[in-house]
Design a protein around this ligand. Structure first.
Ligand code: SF4
Length: 359
């Protein structure tokens, strides 16, 4: 830690006071102590902006209002409520977690962070946030926003995803809570850290002039805001290609369920082909002589670890038997597409072809 004069004992109280005036107060998952609702919001908010999450959160809760309803649903019922949010392992783990809570915890969400962290898809920081918001447990969180605030304020160098740096961050966060006054409002403190990182101590343009931590902040004093957190060396993403086929039969489209785990595990994609030969064979199988396959405009979809170049093709054959596809495939009526769990680029392709199905 490079900051030789941090205000450790006042840090948590400063954040808490700031949150009560400047932080977020009226999000749909605030003002509840229900760990189910808090857990759902925390999982949805991983890697996703608040504004995007709000609609998904409300629709999900309307369909799965409690843990029992979620546990007893099938994965096929759950995935449409996540389609478009990305990082689909989160949804599969959420569903699995609900089943574990019903089987092993009598349907009651555990209420301390150590127990919560044993559940599928819940790491230490998320477990601490759930326990802080639901029962005021005094445990630190350490997500991307919080790492940014801590590295800058305390002057902590090193790649934040590396173990040694993470350990320093966690130890610092524990020291802050140890030094904080008794009776600290853990809801306001935890929310305040998240809000300060996302609203004030932002990645490229931190608002130091209005930040409650400015007086003792190492990065501000030494003008090192843009050097902390220590940037990772940029890696170029590998490029991958695939061909997708929109096979239409009257008012049905052929879709194929993706295997779990996998990038789109559990979702319904257009059939994908890695080679022109495989695509040609599929066009012959699902197309007709009267209407040759048409190549549509390509697109690029960016994943965390690679970029996928998609080349969509379109064939129509209104004389096929609907019962013919392989086991993982099914014909989906155009008016069911809206409620089908489609990966974002597949939805975009189908929306372009059949806008009325998504209206
Ligand atoms: S003073 Fe600036 S760099 Fe420091 S915590 Fe506040 S916003 Fe971030």
């Amino acid at each position: 830690m490079l900051n030789s004069n941090p205000d450790i004992s006042g840090f948590a109280a400063t954040i808490t006071s700031w949150q009560k005036v400047h932080g977020r107060q009226h999000l749909p998952w605030q003002g509840t102590q229900d760990p189910y609702r808090i857990w759902l919001s925390e999982i949805m908010l991983q890697q996703t902006q608040v504004a995007t999450v709000i609609g998904y959160y409300q629709r999900f809760l309307a369909r799965f209002p409690d843990i029992q309803t979620l546990a007893h649903a099938s994965q096929d019922e759950v995935m449409p409520y996540w389609a478009g949010l990305g990082y689909y392992a989160r949804a599969r783990n959420l569903h699995r977690c609900a089943q574990v809570i019903c089987q092993d915890w009598g349907g009651q969400f555990p209420l301390n962070s150590q127990d919560i962290a044993t559940l599928p898809g819940i790491g230490r920081s998320t477990a601490a946030a759930i326990a802080a918001f639901s029962v005021q447990e005094r445990s630190p969180i350490m997500d991307g926003n919080v790492k940014r605030v801590f590295t800058r304020y305390f002057g902590i160098e090193g790649i934040t995803s590396e173990r040694a740096t993470e350990q320093v961050l966690w130890r610092t966060a524990e020291a802050v809570l140890d030094a904080a006054p008794p009776g600290l409002d853990m809801t306001a403190y935890t929310q305040g850290l998240m809000d300060l990182g996302s609203q004030c101590c932002t990645r490229s343009r931190p608002g130091c002039e209005v930040c409650p931590l400015l007086q003792h902040c190492y990065a501000r004093i030494h003008a090192r805001q843009h050097e902390l957190p220590t940037p990772r060396k940029k890696k170029t993403s590998p490029e991958r290609q695939c061909r997708m086929l929109v096979a239409r039969n009257a008012d049905h489209i052929l879709l194929e369920q993706q295997v779990s785990p996998g990038i789109w595990g559990g979702l319904w994609s257009l059939p994908r082909y890695d080679s022109d030969e495989d695509l040609q064979a599929a066009c012959c199988r699902w197309g007709s002589h009267d209407a040759p396959a048409q190549r549509m405009a390509g697109m690029v979809h960016v994943f965390t670890h690679f970029r996928l170049h998609i080349e969509p093709w379109y064939v129509v054959n209104n004389t096929l038997q609907l019962a013919e596809p392989a086991p993982a495939q099914r014909w989906v009526a155009l008016d069911e597409l809206r409620n089908t769990a489609l990966p974002a680029p597949v939805r975009k392709i189908l929306e372009g072809l059949f806008p009325a199905s998504f209206a």
